[in-house]
Design a protein around this ligand. Sequence first.
Ligand code: 3HC
Ligand code: NAI
Length: 694
Amino acid sequence: MPSVNEVAEFNTINRIGVLSLNSPPVNALSASVRAGLLAGVQRAAEDDAVDAVVLICRGRTFIAGADITEFGGPAKGPGLTEVQEAIENSSKPVIAAIHGTALGGGLEVALCCHYRVALESARCGLPEVNLGLLPGAGGTQRLPRLVGVETALEMVTSGRHVPAAECLKLGLIDQIAPEGDLESAALAFAEQVVAEKRPLRKVRDINDKLEAARGRPEIFEAFRKGIARKTRGFLAPEYNVQCIEAAVNLNFTEGLAVESQLFTELLKGPQSAAQRHAFFAEREIWKLPDVPRDTPQIEIHKVGIIGAGTMGGGIAMNFANIGLPVTLVETNQEALDRGLAVIRANYERSASRGRLSPEEVEERVNLIAGSLEMEKIADVDLVIEAVFESMPLKKEIFERLDAIIQPNAILASNTSALDVNEIAHATKRPESVIGLHFFSPANVMQLVEVVRGDASSDAVIATSMAIAKRIGKKAALVGVCPGFVGNRILAPRQFQANQLILEGAMPWDVDRVLFDFGLPMGPFAMSDLAGLDIGWDKAKSKGQTVRDVLCEMDRRGQKTGAGYYDYDESRQAAPSPVVEKIIQDFATRGGREARSISDDEILARCIYPMINEGVKILAEGKAIRASDIDVIWMSGYGWPVYRGGPMFYAEQVGLAQVLSRLEELAAEYGEAFTPAPLLTELVAQEQSFRDRGF
Ligand code: 3HC
Ligand code: NAI
């Protein structure tokens, strides 16, 4: 096949030129892909034996977007606009043949083609918003011309990958090709275009759908309102909306100029840098430096779960969702029935929201069996223990599992803080034991910390990561230490939050500052939601802490209608004068004068010790990379993605700045802020986490 350049080939079949790109893994629009596209289109223009061009990709997907790794670097080769103009202005029809995903710049290239054919399994979308960007190659101007303003708004602000059938309905593509035969279908389509002398349809010239929205600003206002909550703090969604507004109110060229200006602004800003970091961090977590990629894995066909409480039930749903049979083991029928009923109710709620069909509910529920006998799960390949958080109980269970379960199985614990090594040594096969720390609600939350014990085998680690991926989670491999990575970083923040309210801040001040920083809620709102009495013991409570007093007063959080806040019937929180008084009394008893604490101090005292703890975790080797910690905090605790996780945030602020603030705080408030030695070293040597191999 005659090559155009190292990633593009041009072949002529029955007077149709087939320009095929082959740039693994995802045919991203790198400099060589852009050059290949441009040269290919030019070759077609010059060749009298070619009447039309099919643009197709080899490998797993059509062009999946601009090459994100090139962002921020020097411009190389032909620009994307030049390539797009060559396609759109071609005197011969260009037909995009789409398989896999046509995303971002990929779809923007396809939108410059005169027609689009896609496999039924293909998807199209403009996901730039998820990278803190907007489609910067005409996408915001061409998309609404084809699909209309409302759909375009939804697509660019959600980044949704739209299935081919829906694309056809929307007018985004012109034909669906049968699975497996894309090239022939696209060739036939191209021959038809030539035979029928169909026009060279330029999307930029289609205006009817935009005209329908002109003079109706209420469309945009309503849309903005609709997405406000979900997109709080993010810049890109609003910028995307402004571009679609420009498409409606300006001509194509002017609209492109607005798009280009806003794109550049986002690209250079801190949010997109953070969101691009998040994109790569989420892909890096799967790479394990000391576990070979070809480690043979244990096949998982059946799963057993011990304990059908809050976590066990949610965990079970993950496996049923991918078609694996699960058996839940409980101590008594009542707990088992309750657990199974919660699972059914969860599935039925999904069905009532249209996310599952009634048949799917039954299929999934039927995959989950219950038993009161551990012997019933002797043949499973993976056991996950999710009983009460008690070391003696967990050890007893693992001893029994060791005696019962077939020898190749993985024995996992969902403990949130206990020593996985100690649990492992309750068995005679510690190499088979690992922590799988799911987050609550386990059927919803994306994160799993895979906690490797000292003896966990490579096969057990590799399989645990792989199964977490199969059930759609983000898994981070972490080491054994109190609270592992996520909760260990949470602990100093909780400690500081409690200190701050004794010094003069109110819970709602602390919560507001962290909420405004971008977290879903602050520590006190979180306590109220979870229940203040988790881990509280009535018999031992002596009013030593604010929490003790609140629990003693039966202010145990939202469930009792009061906690740090007062709640009305619709669970709306309001600052509580009672709590304010209790806190003041505590401060007086401690001999402290309440002082006014600035928002800046609240933020620094809550966030900087978290970063410091993260650095200690890296120094101790309990997390592989700084970016793994970021993924844990973004996906498990709602750290705002536009700030890229605590470790990325630290580098954005500047490690030297973090260090000097910690030193100031340590001088004022003591050792809780003593900088981690590794942080001091990094700053002294002007190194980043990555420079040091983290
Ligand atoms: N640029 C550079 N590298 C990319 C890339 C891109 N656009 N998209 C994916 N990759 C890399 C990944 O980093 C990964 O590398 P690795 O193997 O070294 O970790 C590899 O390709 C495979 O990616 P995935 O693991 O994500 O593979 P999947 O098969 O699960 O998913 C995908 C494929 C759906 C295409 C997914 O990779 C994806 O969503 N990619 C990003 C799509 C996107 O956001 N496009 C818009 C880019 S911005 C843009 O186009 C600007 C324009 O408007 C001007
Ligand atoms: P839970 O109290 O809701 O459920 C525990 C279940 O285990 C109960 O139904 C109980 O009957 C059952 N059980 C007790 N002993 C048993 C035995 N010998 N055999 C079989 N079943 C037995 O507790 P939850 O919240 O589900 O927690 C379970 C584990 O998950 C704990 O280790 C906890 O630390 C951990 N975890 C909890 C999170 C949460 O937010 N609830 C988050 C992450 C981990």
